[in-house]
Design a binder for this molecule. Sequence first.
Ligand code: COA
Ligand code: AMP
Length: 666
Amino acid sequence: MDVTGSPLDPPAAETFEAVSARAADDPEGFWLDAAQAVDWDVYPTRALDSSGAPLYRWFPDARLNTSYNALDRHVLAGRGDTTALIYDSPVVAKSKRYSYSELLDKVARCAGMLADAGVVAGDRVVIYLPMIPQAVVAMLACARLGAVHSVVFGGFAAKELAARLDDAGAKVIITASGGIEPSRVVEYLPTIVEALALSAHTVQTVIVKDRPEVPGAARDYSTPGAVWIDWHERMLGAEPHAPVSVAATDPLYILYTSGTTGSPKGVVRDNGGHAVAMTWSMKNVYDVHPGEVMWTASDVGWVVGHSYIVYGPLLAGATTVLYEGKPVGTPDAGAFWRVVSDYGVKTLFTSPTALRAIRKADPHAQLAKDYDLTCLDALFLAGERLDPDTWTWATALLSKPVIDHWWQTETGWAICASPHGIERLPLRAGSPSFPLPGYSVEIVDDAGVEVGMLKEGHIVIRLPLPPGTLTTLWQGDQRYIDGYLSTFPGHYLTGDSGYVDREGYLYVMGRTDDIINVAGHRLSTGSMEQVLAEHPAVAECAVIGVHDPIKGQKPAGFVVLKSGFSIDDAVLAMELVAMVRGQIGAVAAFKDVTVVTALPKTRSGKILRKTMRQIVNGETYVVPPTIENTEAIAIIVDSIQQNPAQQNPAQQNPAQQNPTRRSVTS
Ligand code: COA
Ligand code: AMP
């Protein structure tokens, strides 16, 4: 199959307005056209299946295999020697290229190894790996068998891993001896053992990639009910496995993401809609074509890594870069510019946090001057709000389009973006531009009424969502309906608030729930509160997101002690920080605890977290008339005036000093 595009692709001259109109007027025709860029075992005759509304399915009568589309078809088209994957690791000083033929061979043998372990289509495989090529191989091997992978980010602790093993009902775990952080080696195998002990579900096989840099190997471990095997040994003897044809509607992966309080939500991605959306977006959003190099500097544990380190570039026949390092400190703030110039990166995609970290370390981008960046066509940013200051800095530095685009784990690809591959529209600081074809975005008030331009409200998307977006939550149709589709019937609730300007540019301002975004990582403050509440000294607590100049936000905990409980504040803070790190993971970056004598509450006992957040972030706040304990406001104001860990303590409302707070930073 020719992967450069089908005869029905829109002509290059078609404007974004025209493409959007085609998608809105005839979604069925639009997505069936887009489906021609995918190789199907059974070709779709229909695009949308609304029979289960408000749950929708795409390409209900079609069959395909995602790994065949990402690998085999490029090799069969004579492009086996093209580089598929470049692994670059400053932390172990390695760089290696894999051609499409080489990657196909590894994926087919890994699929054979999984089949030998009893994995069949529909089984779930948890992947807990650092940023090494085996992560990509393992994901595609699952796809090859029709098995469902669930990648868990390496910064999560055993309890979070156990929750995912249980919910997914994983048959196999694929892991490594560990990951390498600039400051330390992170051993994974003790975490796996702890997670297996915590999990109610029995995992049958643990496959371990032994890394020479990290102690521990499969032979050192045994756990009840599970066989531990060595990746290298089994791969050597494994027979290559052919791709298994699955229904387009069958799940490709589950990716857990933070919800409000409660267990993490397993976002389910299908095979067919996903392949179509990835392929469409590579060309029309990113303007990346076969043989061109895309580097997404994220982690395969996040949705950005799933979509644009692994699936998008490989489905498009492009070259992807897997970077095991940081924007700064591996070894310096020139690392990103080195990778761009070393590998001829056309399209770079990263998070605003990464840029802010580079800017802090190298404000005038002196290190960029050492590298030839002429290959770079555009820089895409997502994962959190892109502040106008960082956008302006990056635009001036690169003299290339710096394109903010807004999406979520749930959507799997951008809701709003500037469609770089269709038309190069003017960009605006602070805005991810316009809704992409397939997304009908509205801004509504609490009653669900559209608010009109320039007014902030809930950002919702009219159903159905386009192909590639979540089809449901794993074993949680009702949870999906209750959490996302019921607040404003007929619409998907994004959980973000924002507004649209006079020219239709969208501005995303922040979450309306208890989700915070720390260094582009999505975290639930509710989950952190659950951990704090387990401490015997804590009577009640609130965790809120505080502005951070590099990471965007950071969590700050406020706790009230049980009456009569005596504990040193610093000791309590250390214990609470250790508990969050131990139960959620280092990635939560939970470091600030303030002990107060009261939290502001309504008469019905609801903690006024929004008011607390506004106070702590130095925003104008209005004390709700329903407040039960007005004096608690002064306690919070006072606490942040005295806590040097708070970055943004400018107070809009003067408040009296109050001696009833104690603040500690661990
Ligand atoms: N495995 C184990 N631990 C991890 C980890 C992983 N994969 N990733 C992060 N951690 C740990 C870190 O070591 C750190 O631990 P520490 O508290 O012992 O220092 C903690 O989690 C917080 O990590 P991080 O948020 O990365 O902060 P940092 O101070 O180490 O680094 C930046 C700061 C800016 C360099 C880093 O946050 C970064 O690279 N951000 C960009 C993130 C990104 O690209 N996100 C993609 C979303 S699209
Ligand atoms: P995640 O599911 O981890 O990708 O996080 C999704 C959330 O990150 C969104 O709901 C937003 O709150 C935030 N987000 C992602 N991209 C952007 C962006 N470009 N602008 C503003 N917020 C963003």
